[in-house]
Design a protein around this ligand. Structure first.
Ligand code: GLV
Ligand code: MN
Ligand code: MN
Ligand code: MN
Length: 413
């Protein structure tokens, strides 16, 4: 038994809350669609806020719409230990990505309340706005503003495909708060998350002790050719932007494979103009997502992409616009926080291993302003960003117990 004695989180209560939240934006295949700052995101936030108030927390919302639910400390002047993640999802998202980290934080607070356990430092459960970067790019933008990586105007001016800004949408859903974004000390930050990859399940481990997160580069590419009639225009005369884009897609995949086994390279979004079956495509917009744990390799991938896109444009007689819109460097998490997670896993007899996060997380940015650690639990077949994303209640409970003990280690230190 660990130093927190017999304090146990309630796995059934955690599961019940996850399933209740999953009703908001439920999709036919059993997943969730709660895009950032939509009405459904507001509903999810409202439910979280209600639960936190019922658990005796006070609520603060900052100007990026980040929500902080605070349980006072015995010494309430101490910087808080913060727990959190996100409630927004991908368009075909699952029930656990992000939500687990938020509701595990709430479960920590509820468990402490069950026994009236007084913690030395305040505990705050954070909901970070727009982690996914699906509706508004880039990802992790609001935790990025909190950590001083982006300025507030940049965050509020991010636009969705319809031209709506994050600032406008925060106002519309009633989550444009008044608190300053960041600029205050945090004693430690912990984020629990499903792994979103296959390693823990394959190795039959319950807990991933996250030591690092890989770096990411996001690009936006537009290839412009000329729209023309699909019948009378001879093949040699065409400036077909989609053919050029196809070559870029192929090159992105080739670059990923060339830097195996750790590189990941994805074209996730393609917009063809005018998208009519008998018009030669005159313009294509596409996005590229590169990831690697080593910054030097990411730089090499960058150079290879630029060369391949220039060649595709040249070959097709196309104009090329290529912009890197986001760079998030590889992260090493705080040694003491990582050790606290490892200790808590060991103290409970949970099988565990060190792991590098393949996904981005708000913890990556918060690690710049606070000692930070992450707890991973397995998910079924390593599938995430998919409606069928699944995780076992007992693994989620184990991760939450580890979270509780790691948080208490830092909050009572
Ligand atoms: C966000 O979920 C990401 O890691 O891409
Ligand atoms: Mn997530
Ligand atoms: Mn995600
Ligand atoms: Mn993510």
């Amino acid at each position: 038994m660990s130093q927190v004695g017999n304090l146990r989180i309630d796995g059934e209560r955690l599961w019940g809350s996850l399933m209740e939240m999953a009703k908001i934006g439920a999709t036919p295949k059993g997943g969730n669609c709660r895009l950032a700052l939509t009405d459904l995101d507001r509903e999810g936030r409202d439910l979280f806020v209600r639960w936190c108030r019922e658990a005796g927390c006070s609520i603060t919302v900052d100007r990026m719409g980040n929500i902080f639910a605070r349980r006072p400390g015995r010494d309430d002047s101490l910087p808080p230990v913060m727990i959190g993640s996100h409630l927004d999802t991908q368009p075909t998202g699952g029930r656990f990505d992000g939500v687990y980290g938020v509701l595990a934080g709430l479960e920590v607070v509820r468990s402490l309340n069950d026994t009236g356990y007084e913690v030395e430092a305040p505990i705050e459960v954070a909901v970070w706005t727009n982690e996914e970067g699906s509706r508004f790019a880039p990802a992790m933008v609001a935790s990025g503003v909190f950590a001083g990586v982006f300025d507030l105007d940049y965050g509020l001016s991010r636009k969705d495909v319809d031209g709506k800004t994050m600032g406008e949408e925060l106002q519309r859903i009633g989550y444009a708060g008044e608190a300053e974004v960041g600029g205050r000390p945090i004693r430690a930050f912990f984020e629990a998350h499903i792994e979103q990859g296959p390693i823990l399940e394959a190795e039959d481990k319950v807990i991933g002790v996250v030591t690092h997160a890989q770096g990411q580069r996001w690009y936006e590419i537009t290839l412009t050719g000329q729209e023309a009639h699909a019948g009378p225009t001879p093949m040699p005369r065409r400036k077909d932007a989609l053919v050029g884009a196809a070559r870029v897609v192929e090159a992105v995949n080739r670059i990923g494979l060339a830097h195996a086994p750790f590189a990941c390279a994805t074209v996730g979004m393609l917009q063809v103009h005018p998208n009519s079956r008998n018009v030669i495509p005159g313009r294509v917009f596409l996005t590229v997502d590169f990831r690697h744990p080593d910054d030097d390799v990411l730089s090499a991938m960058d150079a290879e992409l630029r060369a391949a896109a220039a060649e595709a444009a040249e070959r097709g007689g196309l104009e090329l616009a290529l912009e890197q819109i986001w760079y998030s460097p590889p992260i090493a998490f705080d040694a003491d926080c990582v050790a606290a997670v490892r200790r808590a896993a060991g103290a409970n007899g949970y099988s565990h291993r060190d792991i590098v996060s393949g996904a981005g997380h708000d913890a990556c940015y918060i690690s710049r302003v606070a000692p930070t650690g992450m707890v991973f639990v397995p998910c079924e077949n390593g599938i995430s960003h998919n409606e069928i994303e699944n995780a076992k209640p007992e693994d989620l409970a184990a991760g939450c117990q580890v979270l509780l003990e790691a948080v208490l280690e830092r909050a009572n230190a």
